[in-house]
Design a protein around this ligand. Structure first.
Ligand code: SAM
Length: 216
C-alpha cells in the first residue's frame, strides 16, 4: 500500500513512523509513505506562503487553492488513488471503513489541513473523500493522517505478526462488530486481584462462552 501525504509539517510524522510495527512494515516494503511539503508548491517564491484571510471576514486563515491545486496535481502523477482530506467535517472513521480502505485501491493520497482548513473550491473539485477521526478539533491533519495510515496498515497481511489477533480485535466480524472481551496475563494473582477461574480451567468451550458474554 502506498500513501502520499501532503502536509505543512512532514517532520511531525517521522517519529511515529520511525519505530515499531509501522517502521518494520516500511522496511519490509509492505507499505510506503511519501511526504510532500505543501509550501514547495506555493507560487509565492519569496515566503512560500500558503494561507490567506477568509473572504467574508472572521478569525483565522485558510489554505489557498493555488498550492493545493499544484500539489495534488503533482502527487496524482505518482499515485492514482483517491484523494482523502482529513477534516472534522467529514464522516467519522470506523473500523469498517478501515477494512474497506485496506482492501480497496493500493494507493491513497492524504491531505492534511491546517488553520481554518482549505479553500472550498478544492474540496469540491479535487477531493474524493473526507474523513474525520472524531468529533473534536485538532490543530492539523497530521495526527489524523497517521491514525488513518496506522489503522489501514495493521490490516494489511504481514504488517502485524499475528494476523489472527487482528481478525479477532474489537469491531471485527469474528466479534460480531462488538468490543473485545477483557484480557489477563501472568501472574494469576496480583495485589490480591485474581484472574477469573474459568480462564485457568483449560476448558475451551467455557472460556469461549465467558468471552462471548463479555463482548459489548
Ligand atoms: N475550522 C475547522 C472546523 O471548524 O471544522 C477546523 C480546522 S482544524 C483547526 C485544522 C485542520 O486540522 C483541518 O483542516 C483538518 O485537516 C485537521 N483536523 C482537525 N481536527 C480533525 C479531525 N477531528 N479529524 C480529521 N482532521 C482534523
Amino acid at each position: 500500500m502506498r500513501f502520499d501525504v501532503i502536509t505543512l509539517f512532514p517532520n511531525l510524522c517521522e517519529g511515529y513512523l520511525g519505530d515499531s510495527i509501522l517502521k518494520r512494515a516500511i522496511d519490509q516494503k509492505l507499505i510506503s509513505i511519501n511526504f510532500w511539503q505543501l509550501r514547495d508548491f506555493s507560487d509565492d517564491a519569496k515566503h512560500h506562503k500558503v494561507d490567506d484571510t477568509p473572504y467574508g471576514g472572521g478569525a483565522g486563515m485558510v489554505i489557498r487553492p493555488q498550492p493545493l491545486w499544484n500539489a495534488i496535481t503533482e502527487v496524482k502523477k505518482h499515485n492514482q488513488g483517491p484523494v482523502i482530506y482529513l477534516t472534522p467535517q467529514g464522516p467519522v472513521l470506523t473500523q469498517k471503513q478501515a477494512v474497506e480502505l485496506s482492501t480497496g485501491p493500493k494507493e491513497l493520497i492524504l491531505l492534511c489541513g491546517r488553520y481554518e482548513g482549505i479553500d472550498q473550491r478544492i474540496r469540491e473539485t479535487l477531493i474524493d473523500r473526507e474523513i474525520s477521526i472524531g468529533e473534536y478539533v485538532l490543530t492539523g491533519g497530521e495526527l489524523p493522517a497517521l491514525i488513518l495510515i496506522d489503522t489501514i496498515s495493521r490490516l494489511i497481511p504481514g504488517v502485524v505478526g499475528d494476523e489472527e489477533s487482528v481478525a479477532e480485535d474489537s469491531f471485527s466480524k469474528k466479534l460480531q462488530g462488538k468490543r473485545e472481551y477483557p484480557h489477563y496475563t501472568r501472574p494469576a494473582e496480583f495485589n490480591n486481584m485474581k484472574v477469573p477461574d474459568v480462564l485457568l480451567s483449560g476448558n475451551h468451550a467455557e472460556i469461549e462462552k465467558w468471552r462471548t458474554e463479555r463482548l459489548s
